[in-house]
Structure formats: C-alpha cells, structure tokens
Design a protein around this ligand. Structure first.
Ligand code: ADP
Ligand code: ASP
Ligand code: MG
Length: 437
C-alpha cells in the first residue's frame, strides 16, 4: 500500500483534477489524501475572521466566491446529469458554512474543514463517474486529537482499518481534518495535509508516502525569496524534519516525524512534472555537507538577564517551567553567564510568560524576528562550511546563534526585515560555488 497526498495546487483546477487518475493508478492499494483546492482554505479563514468581526456581508461575498469556484469546477468536470448531483452536495456544505454566520464560532474549525470535505467528495464522485471504484473515508472517523491536541497515533491504525472496506483497493480521504476530544471538528494546523498523510502512512505501515505538490522536490533554499534554487535528490529524515520545523513551507513542521518512526520513505514529487525525480527522504545520510537553508517568520525572542544565574543551579529549570505552564514551545535557546535568550513562535501567552519571568530578572522581548537555519549532515564539524555561513551574516545584525545542538543544524535569529537578504547571501555563499562546502 502507498499513501499519495495531493496539495492545493495539485487539485486546484480542472486540468489537474483530470490528471490525477493517471497519477494514482498503481499496482498496489492506494490511499489518496487531498487538501482543499488551492486558495479555498485562505478564503475560509477570511470567512471565519469576517464572522468574528460580525461582518456578515463580507462573509457572504467570500462564501459566494468559494461556491462559484466549486460549482464552476463541477459544471466543467461532469456531465450535466452528474454535475447536478455534485452541485447538490457542494450546496449542502455551503449551507453548513452559512448556518454558522450568526454564531459564536471561536476558531471556526467546522468552517475550515469544508474545503477538504467538498474537494474529496467531488474527486471521489469524479472517479466513480469515470469508472474508477473507490471508497471515500471521512478523516473524522479515524483522525482523533488527544488532550494535548496532538494526533492520537495509538488508536489510528485500528480506526483506519475498520473504516476501510476489504472490497476496495483505492481510498480517498481528507488531509488536515481531525476530531478533538470534545467530539468537535478540528485540524492539524495550516499545511496539515502533509502531516495527515504521514500519520496515515505510519499507521498502515505503507511502502511509501508520496507528497505531490507544485514544485519538483525539496529545494536547497526558499524559492519564494531566492532565485536559482535547486532540488535536492536525497535528504535524511533528520535533515528534512529540521528543515520542515524551521520553516520550509513545502512540508508541515511535524510531517516527517510519523514516517521517520516507521522508516517509511517519503517522496516529494511535482504534479506538473511527474517524471522529475523530486526528493527522496529516507534513513540514509547520503553525503555529509550542507543541504539546504530554510527560514521561519513570526519569531519572538525573550531575553532574561539575571545576576542570580551566576553559579546558581536550577535557574534554567525554573525558566522552562514558566514556558511549560503556558504550553508554549521554545524553538532556540542560548545562554551566557548572566542571561538566557529564547525564541517562541506562539505568542498567545506572551504577556503572562513575560510577567512571570520578571521574577528572575530583566526581561526584554523582541518581536518580528526570523529564524534562519542551515541544515545538512555533520555541518558543524566542517570548518570551511562554518566560515562560509558566518561570512554570509557579515552585514546582518544577529540576535542569537545556535550551534552544536545537533551536528545537522546551525541557526541564526535575525530581524525579519533581513531574512530575504540572509537567504540570498547564503545561497551565493553556499550553493553557487559548491566546491566551497
Ligand atoms: P501544497 O499546497 O502542495 O501543500 P505548499 O504551498 O504547501 O504546497 O508547498 C509548496 C511550496 O513550498 C512551493 O511552491 C514553494 O513555494 C514553497 N517552498 C518553501 N521552501 C521550499 C523549499 N525549500 N523547497 C521547495 N519548496 C519550498
Ligand atoms: N488546506 C489546508 C491549508 O491550506 C491544509 C493543507 O493544504 O495542507 O492549510
Ligand atoms: Mg502544503
């Protein structure tokens, strides 16, 4: 069995949807995990924001836009008779969204889920109309979150297997969507379909997980900010996990973890160019050296300066307890004799955290930072690489540097406004002339 995940652009147009049957036609059993058609989740987020600010007119206009996109797609994809069936199903889901308009919707997760639900319902029906037998699985029947809002990986294999009928070889399901412990529709955060695919693949011990997207694999730098980036053919699980965690948008931050636990190879493939090799992520560290650079925005640094740190034990423990209390993960940490600096990306409880940290000393918060990570195999032990990396930051003020936490990663924290310059300079220094690294 294989898991094939198709992202928004891969299901974002008639042309793409018509191509999918070819790509999913395999010898072995297949589970297809789909995202919402491209742009839909952003529009749903906008509806949630409009409802929260009681701007129902705007919410209605955005909903019309979503409806038109799906109805237009259905009208072109199906025969007249079948398009009526498809449009009736679309309308049912559009009604679920509009029924929420007057309500207190919180984060509006029921609304956010409808993009994946409509897309999978439409695609499963499309396969039926062209004679490809398949079973549509509802992610809310097997993808449950625990008290910590983490996927319940223990229950997943049994739940999935009991949802899958023996008479099918092809299954279609939604990425992103889950159900929380209160029985409400929830999700795995933005970009979460990659994570769904990896969780499903690990639960079923599949042969491979394929993530189909709009680019020919993992590139050595962020193509949204840097020209002339290149695809990397092989990455280890550790390298890919670090790159995803530190901002490479091509993969959800947690998506490699389930696959790594079961040593299931993950392929990144381009739907527009299926013949391109893409990237194979596996247990092999094929070669030492720098593989790629990634950046993560929305970072806040917190610096605690305290005379009491000097020769005191238990200081860091007490600092960490504050973050633990407010369930806020720390990404990067550096210490000196008199200060400790940390970064967080979830600032929901920043106010309370800063207040409590003031018991330890002076607290300085700096917002709008970015983390820039250079990832590879054994890079911290290669002096030439290190020199090249530091030279790239010659003209960029740096707030923190993390080196040696693992031999795979060197991380810089800089002002967000310098991120593009840092990525571009690193590209020139590290990849334009590869003999240097
Ligand atoms: P999907 O909708 O298929 O999940 P995403 O937009 O989430 O696709 O991820 C693919 C995009 O990630 C690419 O189009 C590219 O702009 C961006 N990206 C950022 N960093 C990288 C990288 N290192 N390699 C490849 N793509 C990257
Ligand atoms: N549709 C969701 C999003 O846009 C999940 C995904 O695409 O992976 O975030
Ligand atoms: Mg994605």
């Amino acid at each position: 069995m294989v898991v094939l995940k198709f992202g928004g652009t891969s299901v974002g147009s008639i042309e793409r949807l018509r191509k999918l049957p070819e790509l999913i036609n395999r010898e072995e059993d297949v589970i297809v995990v789909l995202s919402a058609m491209s742009g839909i989740t952003n529009l749903l987020v906008s509806i949630v924001n409009s409802i929260s600010t009681k701007n129902i007119v705007k919410a209605s206009t955005t909903l019309e836009e979503i409806k038109s996109k799906f109805v237009d797609t259905a009208s072109e994809l199906f025969s007249v008779e079948n398009s009526e069936i498809a449009i009736e199903r679309i309308n049912k889901r559009i009604d679920i969204i509009s029924a929420e308009f007057g309500n207190e919707i919180g984060e509006g997760k029921t609304i956010l889920a409808q993009g994946e639900l409509i897309t999978t319902e439409m695609f499963s029906f499309y396969l039926n109309t062209i004679g490809v037998s398949n079973q549509l699985l509802m992610a809310t029947d097997f993808m449950f979150l625990d008290e910590e809002n983490e996927p319940n990986e223990k229950e997943l294999p049994n739940l999935l297997r009991s949802a899958m009928s023996d008479s099918h070889k092809l299954f279609i399901t939604q990425g992103f969507i889950a159900k929380n412990i209160n029985g409400e529709i929830d999700n795995l955060n933005r970009g979460g379909s990659d994570y769904s695919a990896s969780l499903i693949g690990a639960a079923l011990d599949v042969k491979a997980i394929e993530i189909w997207t709009d680019i020919d694999g993992f590139h050595n730098n962020d193509p949204r900010y840097v020209d002339n980036t290149e695809p990397i053919e092989y990455l280890s699980f550790d390298e890919a996990a670090e790159l995803a965690y530190f901002g490479a948008k091509i993969l959800h931050p947690a998506s490699i973890i389930p696959a790594r636990k079961k040593s299931i190879p993950v392929w990144l493939k381009n739907t527009m160019q299926p013949k391109a090799f893409g990237t194979l992520i596996s247990n092999n560290y094929l070669s030492p050296g720098i593989k790629a650079v990634a950046a993560k925005d929305g970072i806040t640094t917190i610096r605690i300066q305290s005379g009491r740190m000097l020769q005191a034990h238990g200081f860091l423990k007490r600092v960490f307890e504050v973050f633990d209390k407010y369930k806020t993960p720390i990404d990067v940490i550096t210490t000196s004799e008199v200060a400790v600096s940390l970064t967080i990306d979830n600032t929901c409880r920043l106010h309370e955290i800063a207040e409590e940290l003031m018991d330890f000393g002076r607290v300085k918060v700096r917002k709008d930072c970015s983390i820039v990570s250079i990832v590879g195999h054994q890079i911290t032990t290669t002096p030439r690489s290190i020199t090249r990396i530091y030279e790239s930051f010659e003209h960029i003020p740096t707030h923190m540097i993390s080196f040696g936490g693992s031999s795979n990663n060197i991380t810089f924290v800089i002002d967000a406004e310098n991120k593009t310059l840092a990525l571009q300079t690193l590209n020139t220094q590290l990849f334009t002339n590869k003999t240097h690294v």
